[in-house]
Design a protein around this ligand. Structure first.
Ligand code: SF4
Ligand code: F3S
Ligand code: FES
Length: 249
């Protein structure tokens, strides 16, 4: 079965743009990215869109579909209201390069600010020993495909360019939380740094980041809230940090 849908796609660049309407064929079982590819093959050969895997694993095809941040390759046409126009706009939090492609370098800059995993001195690869619950926690966080939908959605930066300097965003606060809770990480003060330098205090646990995560990572409950608790614990008792590292080994 196939039908014709109206797609309203944002076309433009850093100078500005507008929604452009297209009538386009849709086939049963297709996802939004299929239809965008058909547009490129027919009415809009110069439409810029970023994608790679078409399997929800590369994190490239993030956009806003009917105003909701989603992966285009994982959004079935059948979940959208039938008979209504489909609006596709680029992620709002990042500067537009062209059409649906945004400049996400903000995220790479934030990633570089986080000190990497540092094992205790003298412990060599192969000698690491961890409890299964610690492994499982890291594994959940490491499902992240870096689609940056959570970064795009968080209200702290979504309409507040001025907060970007002071806020690492949920994806990178989650990375800090992973390392802070890692029993073999020897970097001291990660939670305090997150609070003071990475803007953890700006997060008021609205959970919008968790709601849009295509990997269903419980960013707020499993990363941000524990990190906040640790930031408070460390502030009032630095020995708590030392004790947590010693007792978890
Ligand atoms: Fe995307 Fe989820 Fe990773 Fe955020 S945490 S970048 S929403 S996969
Ligand atoms: Fe933003 Fe997620 Fe916190 S949406 S406010 S980082 S819970
Ligand atoms: Fe890779 Fe959509 S194309 S996640």
């Amino acid at each position: 079965m196939s039908w014709t849908a109206e797609f309203r796609v944002w076309r433009g660049d850093a100078e500005g743009g507008e929604l452009t309407p297209y009538q386009v064929e849709v086939n049963e079982g297709e996802v939004v990215l299929d239809v965008v590819h058909r547009l490129q093959a027919t009415a809009a050969p110069d439409l810029a869109v970023r994608w790679n895997c078409k399997a929800g694993k590369c994190g490239s095809c993030s956009a806003e579909i009917n105003g909701r941040p989603r992966l285009m390759c994982m959004t079935r046409m059948s979940v959208l209201p039938p008979g209504e126009p489909v609006t596709i706009t680029p992620m709002r939090t990042f500067p537009v390069l062209k059409d649906l492609v945004t400049d996400v370098s903000f995220n790479y800059a934030k990633a570089r600010e986080i000190p990497s995993f540092t094992p205790p001195e003298g412990l060599r690869p192969g000698e690491y020993r961890m409890q299964q619950e610690d492994v499982a926690r890291s594994q959940e966080f490491r499902k992240c495909i870096e689609c940056f939908l959570c970064q795009n959605t968080c209200h702290v930066v979504r309409d507040h360019e001025e907060n970007k300097q002071a806020f690492a965003g949920p994806r990178f606060l989650m990375r800090v939380a992973e390392l802070e809770m890692h029993p073999l990480d020897a970097v001291a003060g990660r939670a305090a740094t997150a609070q003071e330098a990475d803007g953890l205090g700006l997060c008021n646990i609205t959970k919008c980041c968790t709601e849009v995560c295509p990997e269903h990572i419980r960013i707020t409950d499993n990363a941000l809230i524990p990190l906040k608790e640790r930031a408070v614990d460390r502030k009032y008792d630095p020995l708590v940090w030392l004790g947590s590292k010693i007792t978890r080994r």
